[in-house]
Each structure stands twice: as structure tokens, then as C-alpha cells.
Design a protein around this ligand. Structure first.
Ligand code: IMP
Ligand code: MG
Length: 180
């Protein structure tokens, strides 16, 4: 059903599993003796965050925040809206933001600043995908699954107009789907 709208698979289910394992191990090593908060940015974070936390062997807390920056299109509006705020304090805490993708880095910039403003001790980013060509502000996530070219992708949390998040892989969406 959904597959007919996909041009090609960019990151397979198996590759995603390997990425989550690698990043989870790295986070476990880097945060020894700490109790970080893994903060997922809804809704795109859900599949990747679920996969990632299986491989983090630490006393960590899970928190969620709702953030929207696209308003139905295929490019970031740059206007980051918080649709669901945190329900506990981040003061004095080490926070690792779990993201599906970093593109312009606007979302990360706004959320990181907010967390620091609220007293977070440290803020790092773990992202499944990185689109470095999309940056409008310089930013290098500490934990990157895979760098991808500047193409519009869907699946494994990433949506087009709220659909395709449930695809088990990341694929390039056929242009015919959004150029109507
Ligand atoms: P940024 O603020 O431009 O870095 O964008 C981050 C957010 O934009 C991500 O959390 C995604 O929700 C969305 N996004 C960026 N690139 C894509 C894409 O190729 N497909 C779907 N969503 C995307
Ligand atoms: Mg999103």
C-alpha cells in the first residue's frame, strides 16, 4: 500500500537496527556514572527512540516533548512550535535529544536553547538521519546514525502530511505524491 509511493529505500530496517545498537553503545560509554534524560521530540522520534533505548545500559529517564516545524509541506518553516511541553524539570540534568532527522537545525537550536535556559547541565543530540546540506545554522549532532543527501524522506517516524511514519525503513518519497 504505502510502498507504491516510495522511490527508493535509503536506510533499510536492518541498517536502522545496527545504527541504534552503535549509538546506544556509544551513549552508554559516554554517560557512565550519569543518569541522563533521553528526550524524544514527538512525533518523529517514536520508532527511533524505541529502538535506541534498548541499547542504552544506564539509569536513564525518558521524556517527551511535542514539536512541529513543518506545516504540511516538504520544507521546514523555521517556525518551531511546541505542541506538548515537558512535564518535569531538566534543571541540573544531562539531556540527550532523540531526533528522527536534523535538517536546517532550527528545531534543535530552539529546543537546546530552551533546555539550557531551563538549567539543563548538558544537551546533546542523537539523530537517526542528518541532512548536513540543509543547515541554516551550523550544527553538528554528537550522535549521528547516517548522513543523507538533501532529499525528502519518509518512514521510521518521518512523515509527509502525517503519513508514512509507520514504514519500517527510510525511503525517498516519489515527487508525484507532493507535486500535484
Ligand atoms: P529542522 O528544524 O529543519 O532541522 O528539521 C527538523 C524536523 O523537520 C525533523 O524533526 C522532521 O520532523 C522534519 N524533517 C526534516 N527533513 C525531513 C524529511 O526529509 N522528511 C520528513 N520530515 C523532515
Ligand atoms: Mg517531524
Amino acid at each position: 500500500m504505502l510502498e507504491k509511493d516510495i522511490e527508493k529505500v535509503l536506510v533499510s530496517e536492518d541498517e536502522i537496527k545496527e545504527i541504534a545498537k552503535r549509538l546506544g553503545k556509544q551513549i552508554t560509554q559516554d554517560y557512565q556514572g550519569k543518569k541522563p534524560i533521553i528526550l524524544g521530540l514527538l512525533k518523529g522520534c517514536i520508532p527511533f527512540m524505541s529502538e535506541l533505548i534498548k541499547h542504552i545500559d544506564l539509569y536513564c529517564e525518558i521524556q517527551l516533548m511535542g514539536v512541529a516545524s513543518y506545516h504540511g509541506g516538504v520544507s521546514s518553516s523555521g517556525d518551531v512550535k511546541i505542541t506538548k511541553d515537558l512535564d518535569s524539570s531538566v534543571a541540573g540534568r544531562d539531556v540527550i535529544i532523540a531526533e528522527d532527522i536534523v535538517d536546517t537545525a532550527k528545531t534543535i537550536e530552539v529546543i537546546s536553547k530552551l533546555l539550557i535556559h531551563r538549567g539543563a547541565k548538558s544537551v546533546e543530540v542523537a539523530t537517526l538521519l542528518d541532512k548536513p546540506e540543509g543547515r541554516v545554522t551550523p550544527f553538528e549532532p554528537k550522535y549521528i546514525g547516517v548522513k543523507i543527501p538533501k532529499e525528502f524522506v519518509v518512514g521510521f517516524g518521518l512523515d509527509y502530511d502525517e503519513y508514512y511514519r509507520n514504514l519500517p525503513y527510510v525511503g525517498v518519497l516519489k515527487q508525484s505524491v507532493y507535486k500535484k
